[in-house]
Design a protein around this ligand. Structure first.
Ligand code: TYM
Length: 344
């Protein structure tokens, strides 16, 4: 089925497939955002028709102050550009500049059921973690995300592993719309990582994924000293006791980070040391912090440079909004027709 959709929609889109993805502006981007999402955005903008946005409506579920909201939107925009997103190749925009998304969100909400929304893992997580703020926006979060994606009729969505269930919901809502209105208007969107499994970058606290609010992240903007301090404090254990032992999660996490930022020979060297019970975690961490810094340094410099260029940022935002609205309003006017809204 998936192959069919990829092929079918390839033929209709000037031989380019439509790609959509976004990031919430809730803090600085970290290595998880980079390796789970942004790295693929940069590759995909070369050959596909890409829409990459800043999901500021989504970030309202945590009630940011107006100043924080604007500052965070600017930060993600700057970090997108510093990482290599190119406004001449991809449409880069701010979600709230495209109000058509909210109309589609409303329309899709009519066919989204409370039961299925309450059952999503991320909603259940939020209920557990922030019982004082279970708002309706959190419940319908997957519907807004589906609207983001299908408003451009995207089929490829480059995201990290944690977004898998949201993508499943987006497919469900797209298919349900098609079924209800006896159409094949919306293609089915799929999470995408060039045929590989979706990525989950671990945090430095021994368990779980790297996250903006978990306090376990290395940010693209972190300076050398901060990176060193964070990595030296990462959770480890007292060391392997038997040869060829499988590393426990906190150690495996450090190897996973090393896998994305270091040379293969460096990783092999430390894995070997671990297998031979000869590893010194201090050395491993020192090497990892050097390699992370080497990776992050050019990005950090670019971020600081682009941040100062307000004129350029303004131009990028305006061009992106115009292009995104053109695509979104075309979809919305067709959806209105399909649903049966008619002008008098
Ligand atoms: P957000 O802002 O939490 O994360 C943005 C992107 O970064 C990926 N990511 C990770 N990947 C690997 N390892 C990690 N530790 C890690 N942490 C974050 C996420 O998978 C994501 O790709 N709901 C979305 C934003 C969104 C969206 C969309 C995405 C709104 N509408 C439409 C795609 C399409 C979110 O909260 O991502």
């Amino acid at each position: 089925m998936r192959g069919f959709f990829l092929q079918k929609h390839k033929n209709t889109m000037e031989n380019k497939q439509i790609v959509v993805s976004g990031i919430r502006p809730t803090g600085n981007l970290h290595l998880g955002n980079y390796f789970g999402a942004v790295k693929n955005f940069i590759k995909m903008q070369e050959n596909e028709k890409c829409f990459f946005f800043i999901a500021d409506y989504h970030s309202l579920t945590t009630h940011p102050t107006p100043n924080d909201l604007h500052g965070n939107v600017k930060q993600v925009l700057v970090e997108y550009l510093a990482a290599g997103l190119n406004p001449e190749k991809a449409t880069i925009y701010i979600q709230s500049d495209v109000p058509e998304v909210t109309e589609l969100y409303l329309l899709l909400n009519m066919n989204a059921y409370i039961g299925e929304l309450e059952r999503t893992t991320s909603f259940k997580d939020k209920v557990r973690k922030q019982p004082e703020n279970i708002n309706a926006g959190l419940l319908t979060y997957p519907v807004l995300m589906a609207a983001d994606i299908i408003i451009h009729k995207a089929i490829k969505v480059p995201v990290g592993k944690d977004q898998e269930q949201n993508l499943e919901m987006a497919r469900k809502f797209a298919k349900r719309f098609n079924r209800m209105y006896k159409t094949d208007f919306f293609p089915e969107p799929y999470p995408y990582n060039f045929g590989d499994k979706l990525i989950k970058i671990p945090g430095l606290d021994g368990s779980g994924k790297m996250g903006k609010s978990e306090g376990n992240a290395i940010n693209l903007i972190d300076d050398e000293k901060t990176i060193h301090k964070k990595i030296m404090r990462a959770v480890t254990d007292s060391g392997p006791t038997e040869k060829n032992q499988t590393p426990p999660e906190p150690i495996q996490n450090l190897f996973t980070l090393m896998q994305v930022v270091s040379d293969k020979s460096t990783l092999d060297y430390f894995v070997d040391k671990y297998k031979n019970c000869d590893i010194r975690y201090g050395d491993l961490k020192k090497q990892l912090s050097e390699d992370v810094n080497k990776f992050v340094a050019p990005l950090r410099d670019k971020i600081n440079e682009i941040k100062k260029d307000d004129e350029y940022l303004k131009k990028v935002v305006k061009t992106g909004a115009d292009k995104a609205r053109e695509s979104a309003s075309k979809t919305i006017s067709e959806v209105r027709k399909i649903i049966g809204f008619k002008s008098f």
